[in-house]
Design a protein around this ligand. Structure first.
Ligand SMILES: Cc1ncc(C[n+]2csc(CCOP(=O)(O)OP(=O)(O)O)c2C)c(N)n1
Ligand code: SF4
Length: 286
């Protein structure tokens, strides 16, 4: 059994004091510990951003890839060795701006990875520009007169792209978030969590106070079942005085690696290569 302490390392965490990234990191550690997974079987892959630093702070395998390419790299790792548990993390700018295509395709392919968006509705690392989830009218250095675009709804987008596990968390509700991450890790297929996360430096609208007032637990709502995509859509658009958090939708479907003939017997990463004569390939292609 892995403990939270064993998942921690000595790297200095470089987030601003009070950043909503901290509770997500704790939730991730607690959830991994609760699943009983061995850290040597886990790979945490990120894009670039404040949130992209997460793999550095965990005692698992990790890869900080390129901005917007976390899911592409994570897919490669998972397909090369489906025995690994791959967790992709990144910001709303990373995953819903430059990386948006990867997000939609990962959902519909049902790649067997967990994907957590640290959704602070702003570009944190580059000092506070408007992101794809910023509210219309949100003033930043890149939109001094207010954002003119309508924001993306990540939960609705994941539902539309046929993800098999779609959830929303809030970094101010640690126990709830830990459970969500644990359920997402245990789900077979693409499990997505949009985590509402205050950026105390560059977003003074979606604060802890804002979410604390509005967030309520969908799972504790009488009669709620996360098995109906139409009902999930309706809930995904509830935003304002009340904001639902929890699992919106979950279903079983074969995963991308289930369908790949190359992965059926021995995964690519585990195939013996000692006796492979690569000079044949050199002669043919070089
Ligand atoms: C290809 C490329 N384009 C742009 C950048 C600059 N860049 C780095 S992080 C970032 C956005 C960060 O915002 P977000 O993804 O929301 O993550 P956060 O920092 O808020 O966690 C940008 C534009 C980059 N590193 N690479
Ligand atoms: S800039 Fe925002 S997201 Fe980045 S570490 Fe600071 S508070 Fe967190």
């Amino acid at each position: 059994m892995t403990t939270v302490a064993e998942l921690s390392n000595k790297h200095t965490v470089q987030w601003c004091p009070g950043c909503g990234d901290f509770p997500i990191l704790i939730a991730l550690k607690q959830a991994i510990a609760a699943t009983g997974l061995n850290p040597k079987d886990i790979v945490v892959v990120s894009g670039i951003g404040c949130s992209g630093k997460t793999p550095h702070y965990l005692n698992t395998y990790g890869l900080e890839s390129l901005h917007g390419r976390g899911l592409a790299a994570a897919t490669g790792v998972q397909l090369a060795n489906p025995k690994l548990k791959v967790i992709a993390v990144g910001g709303d700018g990373d995953g819903l701006g430059i990386g948006l295509g990867h997000f939609i395709h990962s959902c519909r392919r049902n790649v067997n990875i967990t994907y957590i968006i640290f959704d602070n509705m702003v570009y944190g690392l580059t000092k506070g520009q408007t992101s794809p989830t910023s509210r219309k009218g949100f003033k930043t250095s890149s939109t001094p007169h207010g954002a003119i675009e309508h924001p993306i709804n990540p939960v609705a987008l994941a539902l539309a792209a046929d993800a098999t596990f779609v959830a929303r968390g809030f970094s101010g509700k640690l126990e709830h978030l830990t459970n969500l991450v644990k359920e997402a890790i245990l789900h077979k297929g693409f499990s997505f969590i949009d985590v509402l996360q205050p950026c105390i430096s560059y977003n003074h609208e979606q604060t802890y106070e804002f979410y604390n007032k509005a967030a309520y637990d969908l799972g504790a709502t009488k009669g709620w079942k996360a098995d109906n995509v139409e009902k999930a859509f309706k809930k995904a658009y509830e935003w304002g005085e009340k904001i639902p958090i929890g699992i919106f939708f979950q279903e079983k479907r074969s995963t991308y690696d289930d369908e790949l003939p190359q992965d059926k017997d021995v995964p690519v990463a585990l195939q013996p290569i000692d006796n492979v004569d690569i000079t044949v390939m050199y002669d043919k292609y070089l």
